[in-house]
Design a protein around this ligand. Structure first.
Ligand SMILES: Cc1ncc(COP(=O)(O)O)c(C=O)c1O
Length: 406
């Protein structure tokens, strides 16, 4: 592992070029750039083609340009009062959770800052942090920056369910944190209340903090139900939850996020957060508050749309000869390429961009280097396809894949 902090952070997320000793863009940006250069359809980066609710955008615009809502000056570092009240209201309305908006809700610049601040707040240097693999790339970067070591438990096909006993075996008195992500990116697994309860129990026994990343909380399909970490017994003592506007309202550029938990743990996260961004755009907090108080049917309509898109992509990938796994949440389908190539998914992804004209993310970029070297790991044969795109775009992409692969 390289030693300067910048290189540790980059290497932790597989974005350090060892030969050149330089930082690479994230895998999402690399896939987007390669897709653009090759004229490929980009199903790599997870952002929707459709814009979020027009009425929320109007509220943000009005807040910036008129006397309605907050001014354009610094809002409080912990977030606008109206925003924190709306987060608390949302947690009550959807999950029956009672939070004090003054002390138990912290605004963050996207979930990404909430993740960073939580990890930097609780991952002691020299300690171990445990998560399920594949993981969201910023976890790897922040754990490495904190000077901790990331240990993983694989989620394996076909169901990608968490092996809680394997997690227990990884956790020891050296463990400072468990990073939980449900609904999970990129597998789409929705952890059950029982699984989350056990994970919280493991953390309590080990004296570790749980950071629960719940950004896909409103993109849950079929009969699956999202369980917020703070709804399980004992979680308040050990867990903080992170979420954001980006996925729930199709506004990934707004970067409005929030951390919730006990007053004590949220205060500790603040100790880091207020020296990262301090705060950001009050207009977006204001408009997000409006959406959180009443989504006006957006969540349900978006879910139906995404379910249709999921089926379109599932059918297209299977018709092309790939083994696709139907996700219960989120906006990604994982597909195993080993039926059509002996190459790794990383090599195959590069070919798909160049020759089939479709960009996808190799799941191995969201794993530890040791997993990438493990020839037996099925994670090296998986590609992640985003389906939060216009139907015509998805149809074209699937048709290109079908023609090239078959
Ligand atoms: C699991 C997970 N957590 C966090 C984020 C980042 O959220 P935000 O854009 O609010 O920073 C993403 C975005 O893709 C994600 O997939």
């Amino acid at each position: 592992m390289p030693t300067p902090p910048w290189a540790r952070s980059a290497a932790g997320a597989n974005t350090y070029d060892h030969a050149a000793a330089r930082v690479l863009p994230t895998v999402y940006e690399r896939t987007t750039a390669a897709s653009q250069a090759a004229g490929a359809i980009n199903l790599g980066q997870g952002f929707p083609d459709a814009e979020g609710p027009h009425w929320m955008r109007q509220t943000a615009a009005a807040a910036i340009t008129s006397e309605v809502g907050p001014t354009n000056q610094y809002p409080p570092g912990i977030g606008l009062p109206a925003f924190r009240e709306a987060v608390a209201e949302h947690q009550q309305m959807h999950y029956g959770l009672t939070l004090d908006p003054q002390q138990q809700v912290l605004f963050t610049t996207g979930a990404t800052e909430g993740i960073a601040a939580s990890i930097l707040a609780f991952a002691d240097p020299g300690s171990e942090v445990v998560t399920f693999e594949p993981w969201y790339d910023s976890y790897g970067a922040m754990v490495a920056l904190a000077g901790a070591a990331l240990h993983t438990v694989p989620l394996t096909a076909p169901n990608f369910r968490p092996d809680v006993a394997a997690l227990r075996a990884q956790v020891s008195d050296r463990t400072s944190m468990i990073l939980l992500n449900s609904p999970h990116n990129p597998t789409g697994t929705v952890f059950t209340a029982e699984e989350i309860t056990e994970i919280v129990e493991i953390a309590r026994e080990a004296g570790a903090v749980v950071m629960s990343d719940e950004v896909y909380e409103h993109l849950v399909f079929d009969e699956s139900v999202h369980t917020p970490v703070l709804s399980v017994p004992g979680a308040e003592e050990v867990a903080v939850a992170v979420s954001s506007v980006g996925k729930s309202f199709s506004m990934t550029g707004w970067k409005v996020g929030w951390v919730t938990g006990s007053a004590e743990l949220v205060n500790r996260v603040r100790g880091v957060k207020q020296f990262l961004s301090y705060t950001s755009a009050p207009a977006y907090q204001w408009a997000t508050a409006e959406g959180l108080r009443d989504d006006r049917g957006f969540f349900a309509a978006n879910q139906v749309q995404l379910e249709n898109s999921r089926e379109l992509v599932m059918a297209g990938l299977e018709a092309a000869g790939l083994r696709a796994y139907r996700p219960a949440a989120g906006y990604f389908v994982l597909a195993d390429v080993s039926a059509v190539t002996a190459k790794s998914a990383a090599d195959y992804a590069a070919e798909l961009i160049q020759h089939a004209g479709v960009g996808a993310i190799p799941v191995s970029t969201l794993t530890l280097p040791s997993t990438q070297r493990d020839a037996a790991s099925e994670l090296n044969h998986l590609l992640r396809f985003a389906f939060c795109k216009d139907e015509q775009v998805l149809e074209r992409a699937m048709s290109r894949l079908g023609q090239w692969i078959r």
